[in-house]
Design a protein around this ligand. Structure first.
Ligand SMILES: [Zn+2]
Length: 286
């Protein structure tokens, strides 16, 4: 007590600057913990699934009556089951036919400190023959005019919300620090997803991996991609996507993409995926 008083009396400036350094260190540690969900080397374990639209926002609608909001919620649920069976934790931005603002979707993902954000949509075009899958990751500049128009359509809800950017000052600092890595990993995941989805219909020409300024992807502090799983305005694709079989195949393809990405994600961070010691996954691979 006496020694401490002497020390602080002797060097109040040293103490203050030590406290300052400590609080910065704490802040950085807290940031890392928030970014990773833990201070341990981060294992890939949390996925946010974002079913597009919902509630009064139906998204695209097919001539046969299929609505994007219903289709993508069902696919998200099928995918969630597959990922959970492989030991991942899934957080849904919506798990009901409800309207969730785009800003709230990104906030849910950031609060969950997820390792991947996957937004699921279905496409629309005035040309009924347009078909195939498209996969996007975020960029301020759209890769082409069609991508720009798509982002504009998917961002429509945001214009009505007038939601501000993330209000957390740490979010933007982390955003800068993590942005380059997250962008590279978003690109990688988008390619995995596109490869798996395209393989479902090898006869359909690939529409490619593209970039566009999707609001829902812009605020998230983790790798993120948006998939358009098919054209709801194409009568043949609409009929197909109305079927359980097709939805299961899409969910299988996306699960393969997520698990493939997870493996690479862990390998890059030097994390080995442990055999899950708790008995809740005893059936093993299948
Ligand atoms: Zn959509």
């Amino acid at each position: 007590m006496h020694a401490a008083a002497t020390a602080s009396a002797r060097s109040p400036y040293a103490l203050r600057s030590a406290l300052g350094a400590l609080s910065i260190a704490c802040l950085l540690a807290a940031s890392a913990a928030r970014a990773n969900g833990t201070s341990e080397p981060e294992r890939f374990d949390v996925v946010v699934l974002d079913a597009g639209h919902g509630g009064d926002d139906h998204g695209a609608e097919g001539a046969g009556g299929l609505r994007e909001k219903d289709l993508v919620l069902d696919v998200a649920r099928r995918l969630a089951g597959r990922l959970e069976r492989r030991g991942l934790r899934v957080v849904h931005t919506r798990d009901a036919d409800a309207y969730v603002p785009l800003g709230e979707r990104t906030a849910i993902a950031n609060r969950a400190a997820a390792d991947l954000f996957l937004s699921i949509h279905a496409n629309a075009a005035s040309a009924r023959q347009a078909r195939g899958v498209e996969t996007y990751f975020v960029a301020l500049e759209a890769s082409d005019e069609a991508a720009r128009l798509l982002a504009e359509r998917e961002n429509a809800a945001f214009r009505e919300e007038h939601t501000a950017a993330p209000d957390d000052p740490l979010a933007s600092i982390l955003g800068d620090l993590a942005a380059a890595d997250a962008m590279r990993e978003s690109d990688e995941f988008a390619r995995f997803a596109h490869k798996e989805l395209s393989a479902l219909d090898r006869s359909v020409p690939s529409r490619g991996v593209k970039q566009a300024p999707f609001v829902v992807l812009m605020g998230v502090q983790m790798p993120a991609a948006l998939v358009e799983i098919g054209f709801i305005t194409n009568p043949a694709e609409e009929r197909e996507m109305a079927s359980d079989a097709r939805r299961d195949r899409v969910a299988d393809a996306l699960a393969r993409a997520v698990l493939g990405f997870a493996e690479r994600y862990d390998a890059r961070r030097g994390v080995r995926r442990p055999a899950r010691e708790s008995g809740n996954n005893a059936e093993g691979g299948g």
